[in-house]
Ligand binder design. Structure first.
Ligand SMILES: Cc1cc2nc3c(=O)[nH]c(=O)nc-3n(C[C@H](O)[C@H](O)[C@H](O)COP(=O)(O)OP(=O)(O)OC[C@H]3O[C@@H](n4cnc5c(N)ncnc54)[C@H](O)[C@@H]3O)c2cc1C
Length: 394
């Protein structure tokens, strides 16, 4: 087992860190306060080649990043600005991975070069008003008519609607229960019948606007059907990578809070001594550092073991649940170290607390990750257990 980054990985990490320090950090509060899409930041990130890192050269990217490099990039960006990081996260480990791995050559040629240039952002629409964690109970339906697929339904909490050029929609093709009839297809923003609802005001990551999407007899060409029903496992495999990207958002936000808390503890004087001289606070920060490193190792393990390009569900869920909870705990502890200042909007810590809260809900809640882990521990089909097995003999 190797815990060292390669020289190339370290060089990439340093490059992104410099961008985050010089460009993102000084501007991050603005996008949050104005609840505005950080367009200039994303454009700059695209110019620096960050959005095309996972896209092979033949489709216009540099192709130099696999899952682990992507995690390093997302983590560093989230340390600077969660809004910019979320857009890049979607580009690196979001629906474009589905296009890359499962799309036809025509779909790859259509979407990947634009994505690498930062000119096409693809959202993902799974959740519905009545089907969140239980996503397989979705009510949206699609039917094939000749060369077209027609969709009807509503999706909820879809992120990045301002910048989105298209969306990967999970939809059922018949009424069978479970995932068997779910497929995934790409709907471009300008398709008749597709509409985006009003923005829903969020607690954190406020530059990435969220809304409901409506599909009213929305017709798309059949070639946009990227994962047909019956192949839901492909969507889930790709989603395990997305879960790791989500965990990296928690890592980056927590790192920012940690660094700021250490710097503050060195300079804030009470009782004639800097805060960092109080052992109670040293232990608090030591515990925070341990939790951050533990989360980081879980995330790095999940992506390092992604032999076929996708992490296992168990390792991805462990990484996501642990990192998400760590992010919430750590940012709150950092706020405590800042005292009254930490509670003011002029202090970046309160933003980190709000930004960190998103990730244990987005991409599947912490509880659902725990269910995934438990299903691996006990076997998926609990109902196979003989119901009398645990009954003591009398
Ligand atoms: C910032 C953010 C971004 C998002 N972006 C997107 C997006 O781009 N696209 C998209 O499709 N969706 C998106 N979502 C939606 C997100 O995926 C859902 O909110 C999430 O899956 C939970 O669904 P729900 O809100 O309906 O909660 P519910 O499923 O109603 O759950 C409510 C509570 O019950 C718990 N719960 C539910 N079932 C179980 C169970 N079996 N065992 C234990 N506990 C359970 C949940 O963990 C949760 O705490 C986003 C959400 C957020 C907060």
């Amino acid at each position: 087992m190797d815990f060292q980054l390669t020289p190339r990985q370290r060089e990439l990490q340093a490059r992104v860190r410099a961008f985050a320090d010089e460009v993102l950090k000084p501007n991050a509060a603005k996008w949050d306060e104005e609840e505005a899409y950080p367009e200039p930041m994303v454009r700059r990130a695209a110019e620096l080649g960050f959005l095309g890192l996972t896209i092979p050269e033949e489709y216009g990217g540099s192709g130099i990043a696999g899952p682990i490099e992507s995690i390093l990039v997302i983590e560093e960006l989230a340390r600077g600005c969660a809004n910019t990081a979320e857009i890049v996260f979607d580009a690196l480990l979001g629906p474009m991975q589905v296009v890359l791995h499962f799309g036809s050559e025509a779909l790859r040629k259509r979407f990947l070069p634009m994505a690498a240039r930062g000119e096409h952002i693809m959202g993902i629409a799974i959740t519905e008003p009545h089907a969140g964690s239980g996503a397989t109970d979705m009510l949206s339906r699609a039917r094939v008519e000749g060369d077209s697929v027609i969709i009807k339904g509503t999706k909820a909490y879809v992120e990045d609607v301002v910048s989105m050029s298209s969306v990967l929609v999970y939809v059922k093709f018949d009424d069978r229960p479970g995932a068997k009839s779910i497929g995934g297809l790409i709907v471009e923003r300008n398709r008749p019948g597709f509409s985006i609802g009003p923005a829903r005001k969020k607690m954190g990551v406020r530059g990435c606007t969220q809304a409901n999407l409506t599909f009213e007899e929305c017709r798309v060409p059949k070639e946009n059907l990227i994962v047909p029903p019956g192949e839901f496992g492909k969507l889930m495999a790709a989603f395990n990578l997305e879960r790791c990207g989500n965990a990296a958002m928690s890592l980056g936000i927590a790192t920012a809070a940690m660094e700021e808390a250490i710097a503050y503890a060195k300079t804030r004087v009470q009782f004639g001594r800097p805060l960092c001289e109080f052992q109670g606070l040293q232990w608090k920060l030591a515990r925070m550092a341990m939790q951050l490193d533990a989360a980081r190792l879980l995330v790095y393990r999940a992506v390092s073991n992604a032999a076929s390009g996708f992490p296992s569900m168990k390792e991805a869920s462990m990484a996501k649940a642990y990192a998400n909870e760590m992010g919430v705990t750590l940012t709150n502890e950092a706020l405590q170290i800042f005292g009254g200042l930490g509670y003011l909007r002029e202090c970046p810590i309160e933003r980190h607390v709000r930004d960190a809260r998103a990730w244990g809900i987005a991409g599947g809640t912490v509880e659902i990750q725990l269910n995934n882990i438990a299903s691996e521990l006990f076997g998926r089909r609990f109902s196979q257990w003989p119901t009398t097995a645990a009954t003591p003999k009398t």
